[in-house]
Design a binder for this molecule. Structure first.
Ligand SMILES: NC(=O)c1ccc[n+]([C@@H]2O[C@H](COP(=O)([O-])OP(=O)(O)OC[C@H]3O[C@@H](n4cnc5c(N)ncnc54)[C@H](OP(=O)(O)O)[C@@H]3O)[C@@H](O)[C@H]2O)c1
Length: 245
């Protein structure tokens, strides 16, 4: 896995994964919507690893240019072995309930833009019979809760899409990895009070690096979220609907 595009590379989690791959000698094409933040990531990676990475400013909602983005990355790296899709936003559920237009906008960032990018990646890797498509979903996509069901629906849509994509690509040797972090201390969750279940972005970033290298299908990060979500998913709906979650 030597040529990697990371979409949403300025995110606190993805930049940690980028650092690990850069230290491995991988060539990186880093994409995010703010060139200033990408410049900072590039400098940080160089300071830590001496690796030169390529950066590219792109808005995930620019659907008409998703194919062109891949062409640009493939040309810049002279090929592509893996894609990590990591961008996202955490919308305020209360606001989503009263502002339908914003709710659709947030859904497009967190679901449809990801489906589109992963679809382009699949159509590139499938004829080559190789490649890795890794996407950050969330434990929030495992069960809808009143506190964040717009975000949860978007992540749940991504997880189901990836499940089907994995099924489609299994015989071609393309690996599809669904990454399900629990709560992580990043700018996205800066407004939340921190409890013992919050993980460090560095630990989750390294977990993603390992899961990609090991060809995993689905990974919960940290791993204890697999058990937590197993329990949450199995609470009968008649009880679940009364819980204050
Ligand atoms: N933090 C958590 O607790 C947690 C838990 C589960 C899953 N996740 C998922 O992990 C991933 C990384 O999140 P994080 O916590 O590391 O958050 P973060 O540091 O806030 O990073 C999110 C990144 O996505 C970028 N982005 C937002 N909208 C975009 C768009 N339209 N086009 C391109 N880039 C866009 C942001 O750019 P700007 O900053 O310039 O807007 C930012 O660099 C996300 O998919 C998130 O849903 C996070």
């Amino acid at each position: 896995m030597k040529k990697i595009m990371i979409f949403g590379a300025a995110s606190a989690i993805a930049r940690e994964t980028a650092i690990k791959f850069a230290a491995d000698g991988a060539q990186l094409f880093l994409v995010d919507m703010n060139i200033g933040r990408l410049e900072a990531v590039k400098k940080d990676i160089f300071a830590r690893t001496k690796a030169e990475v390529k950066i590219y400013e792109f808005d995930a909602l620019d659907f008409g240019r998703h194919n062109e983005l891949f062409d640009t990355a493939i040309e810049a790296l002279d090929g592509l072995d893996a894609v990590l899709i990591a961008h996202g936003t955490l919308p305020d559920q209360g606001e989503m309930q009263i502002n339908n237009r914003n709710a659709i906008h947030e859904f497009e960032i967190n679901c449809t833009s990801i489906i589109s990018l992963a679809g382009v990646a699949a159509n590139y890797f499938e004829p080559l019979s190789q490649g890795t498509i890794a996407v950050i979903s969330s434990v929030a996509g495992d069960r809808g809760r009143k506190s964040n069901y717009l975000y949860g629906a978007a992540k749940g849509g991504v997880s189901i899409f990836l499940q089907g994509l994995r099924n489609r690509l299994a015989s071609s040797g393309v690996n599809v990895l669904t990454i399900k972090p629990g709560m992580v201390d990043t700018p996205m969750t800066a407004h939340m009070p921190k409890g013992p279940l919050f993980a460090k972005a560095s630990d989750v970033g390294i977990g993603i690096y390992k899961a990609m290298k090991n060809g995993k299908d689905i990974v919960y990060l940290p791993g204890y979220w697999r058990l937590i979500m197993f329990i949450i998913k199995h609470i009968p709906e008649v009880i679940f609907k009364k819980l204050n979650l």
